[in-house]
Design a protein around this ligand. Structure first.
Ligand code: AMP
Length: 538
């Protein structure tokens, strides 16, 4: 049966309320075809709510149609489209509109430094750029996107009454759905290429294995340029739920954040553990004040016993999930429900068991061979969640992507082991990647920018941990080329220089100067000794 037949049959069944067959046929549809059915069933439901405005499913579809129809006229082929803007409804429309036109989207936050945006453009060579918003639209400098066709929202027949679009061209199957750029060791970000099939597998898992809630109001906290955002976006939209979106202004101002949360009726909370830890400061963040908040889903960094325990104390009847996965394996691939028993049993919470379609293996990082059961090694993810690789970057792709038993595999760089109950335990990194407040940072990314400064001979960036063993800040240790008279002034200049090159959250809190780094017996900089020295100096 071809897709057109499936669609025809599907719409017949929809009207007849035959749920069993409906389910069966829905499974063969693409993400946008499923969204089209939700729009048809619930046109007036709220799809997206921010502080100021609610947007219905029909408004979402009108926007998608406007973007897709225009792009279909202008371009063909499967090259990606870069979308530049904030975490708002318009950006969502642009992303889905691009997919409806058959292209992959690259979400880039408007707060990304220009030089980094340029690296992303140079690496992805987008067929077009859509500027949804810019930090200062009046001052918008098109130079950044020189050489590429640029569209603004006004270019699309955006609020058109036209709601029918052909999804014949839309992204489906093994097509690339999106590219998300993450920190890279060389200073240039890497674009993880995620297929429609990867995303569909993730979305189905979320809809099947987690608590299903009618008219689910789902928190959208993560920027679209981070893969945590897909936890909210696709499961909410494909089940007719509402995305309750927080702006950057709200997430970066506690007062505004707590005020806004108190006006929402969120059912499913999705965030990093660091974010909920901030919300737990607010005494009104309790089950009594948020009786509809039934489910918490965490990913992106370690969920500590302290944070999970505090949360269960404040929301004793809710379901709390710890999930684990890198952008390279589409959102998450393992999950475990955190209960009071689990908190008793483990000092460091497990990250759970694999989703359907995925197998977790533990390999020796040197030999790349499986270790014995229960032994520690590198976590390797095998199966249908593993992304294609890094876009136009075969060198980096070969380093960490592979094939095991005929299935795609990703070598995560995470250390872990599987315990006797089958739970996967996370045990840190085997390289220099860190997570700070949920943000993924390659320390070498910052180091390579520092080393490019004329005044710096070499530089090392070290994480500073808190009592929970979480990274609280970064310290840059620098060997200058020439003697420095005013260390403070020097640090200030370096900070200024870094500003246009790295994301805000990557900025070291301190710059410390040294004459030479301690070396280990292999002649490499001994980061452990350096860390101890810094602790002594404090
Ligand atoms: P990202 O690609 O930004 O999602 O970051 C992926 C990395 O975050 C993983 O490789 C882990 O190092 C870390 N991570 C994600 N989820 C968890 C978790 N539940 N517990 C511990 N670390 C996690």
């Amino acid at each position: 049966m071809d897709r057109k037949q499936v669609l025809r049959i599907y719409s017949r069944f929809l009207d007849k309320n035959n749920h069993e067959k409906e389910d069966l046929i829905v499974k063969t549809l693409s993400i946008l075809e499923r969204l089209a059915q939700v729009v048809k069933k619930h046109p007036k439901r709220i799809a997206f709510a921010d502080l100021n405005k609610n947007y219905t499913y029909i408004q979402l579809w009108q926007g998608i149609s406007g973007v897709a129809n225009k792009l279909n006229k202008e371009f063909s082929g499967k090259n990606p489209v870069l979308i530049y803007g904030a975490n708002d409804f318009d950006m969502l429309v642009a992303m889905l509109g691009v997919n409806a036109a058959g292209q992959a989207y690259i979400p880039v936050d408007e707060h990304t430094p220009d030089s980094r945006v340029r690296l992303i453009i140079d690496s992805s060579k987008p067929v077009a750029i859509i500027v949804v918003s810019a930090k200062n639209m009046d001052d918008f400098n098109g130079k950044l996107f020189k050489g590429y066709p640029v569209f603004f929202l006004e270019d699309f027949d955006y609020q058109s009454e036209l709601t029918t679009i052909s999804l014949e061209e839309a992204v489906r199957g093994e097509d690339t759905n999106y590219l998300i750029y993450t920190s890279g060791t060389t200073g240039a970000p890497k674009g993880v290429e995620v297929s429609h099939q990867n995303l569909l597998s993730f979305t189905e898992w979320m809809l099947c294995d987690f608590k299903s809630i009618e008219e689910n109001q789902v928190l959208l906290q993560a920027p679209f340029s981070f893969d945590l955002s897909i936890f909210s976006l696709y499961p909410a939209l494909l089940s007719g739920g509402t995305l309750v979106s927080l702006s950057k202004e709200e997430t970066s101002n506690f007062k505004k954040l707590f005020e806004r949360l108190n006006t929402t009726e969120i059912n499913t909370w999705i965030s990093t553990p660091s974010f909920v830890d901030i919300c737990l400061i607010d005494p009104s963040f309790t089950e009594k004040n948020h009786p509809k908040l039934e489910q918490f889903i965490f990913c992106g960094e370690e969920l500590t016993v302290r944070v999970a325990g505090k949360l269960l104390e404040k929301f004793p009847n809710s379901v709390v999930w710890n999930t684990y996965g890198p952008t390279e394996a589409t959102g998450a691939v393992t999950s475990v429900q955190v209960t009071a028993d689990l908190l008793e049993e483990y000092q460091r919470l497990p990250i759970g068991k694999a989703k359907a379609g995925v197998e977790i293996r533990i390999h020796d990082p040197e030999t790349k061979q499986p270790v014995s059961l229960g032994e520690q090694g590198e976590i390797v993810i095998v199966g249908d969640s593993v992304a294609r690789g890094y876009y136009r970057n075969s060198e980096k792709t070969i380093e960490v992507f592979g094939v095991i038993d005929g299935k795609p595999a990703y070598y995560t760089g995470d250390a872990g082991r599987i315990d006797t109950t089958g739970q996967l335990l996370y045990q840190g990194r085997i390289d220099f990647q860190v997570k700070m407040n949920g943000y993924r940072i390659e320390l070498q990314d910052i180091e390579s920018h520092l080393s490019s400064f004329a005044a710096i001979e070499k530089a090392i960036v070290l994480p500073q941990m808190d009592y929970d063993q979480r990274v609280r800040s970064l310290i840059a240790v620098i060997v200058p080329k020439e003697e420095v008279n005013n260390e403070r002034e020097f640090g200030k200049l370096i900070r200024e220089g870094l500003k246009g090159k790295i994301m805000d959250y990557m900025m070291p809190a301190r710059f410390i100067l040294m004459e030479e780094f301690p070396l280990n017996k292999n002649g490499k900089v001994d980061r452990n000794v350096l860390t101890e020295k810094l602790i002594e100096q404090r």
